[in-house]
Design a protein around this ligand. Structure first.
Ligand code: ADP
Ligand code: MG
Length: 163
């Protein structure tokens, strides 16, 4: 699957999608998160952390002032936020490539602030539709991303079925 769109009607629903992604993720996955301030990127990231089994003692917050926060789950979660990134070199100085090519899951908020596109498997763009509604557009950027989207869409439709 190349492209998948979902509308959520509450933060919990956005978190639940993130959790599904965290549950399916394999080591070395890179996911870009784009959308305006308040779109729900961090909310989605919180779900991903819970899907990876990150303890609530290590809460995922907007790391706007820190560029990178690391959380330990069944694999490490490298949570980047490029909002305050002033120079491309800063990302290299942080050792971005070593994280992204390592054995964890890399999430990058405000990825499109990088002029050179970052290499990733999935891009998630979040649109603010109304106070409680968000549209999440998932785009696969390689084969691994396609497999992941297929799995997410399948899991999500199973969860929607009445029990
Ligand atoms: P970002 O990281 O994109 O700046 P945050 O995740 O920090 O955004 O904030 C999103 C805000 O929008 C939160 O206050 C959240 O409660 C609210 N919100 C309302 N509806 C939704 C929804 N459907 N999905 C995600 N967040 C939502
Ligand atoms: Mg944020």
């Amino acid at each position: 699957m190349q492209h998948w769109e979902v509308t959520t009607a509450a933060p919990e629903e956005t978190r639940a999608l993130g959790r599904m992604l965290g549950e399916c993720a394999t080591a070395g996955l890179v996911v870009l998160l784009n959308g305006d301030l308040g779109a729900g990127k961090t909310c989605f990231a919180q779900g991903v952390a819970s899907g990876l089994g990150v303890s609530s003692a290590s809460p995922v917050t907007s790391p706007s002032y820190t560029l990178l926060n690391i959380h330990n789950g069944r694999m490490p979660l490298y949570h980047f936020d490029l909002y305050r990134l002033s120079q491309v070199d800063d990302l290299a100085d942080l050792g971005y490539d070593e994280f992204a090519e390592g054995g964890g899951l890399t999430l990058v908020e405000w990825a499109d602030r990088m002029t050179d596109a970052l290499s990733a498997s999935v891009d998630v763009s979040i649109d603010h539709l109304s106070e409680q509604h968000r549209k999440l557009c998932f785009r696969a950027m390689d084969e691994r991303g396609q497999d992941l989207l297929t799995q997410l869409a399948r899991t999500s439709s199973t969860n929607d079925k009445p029990s």
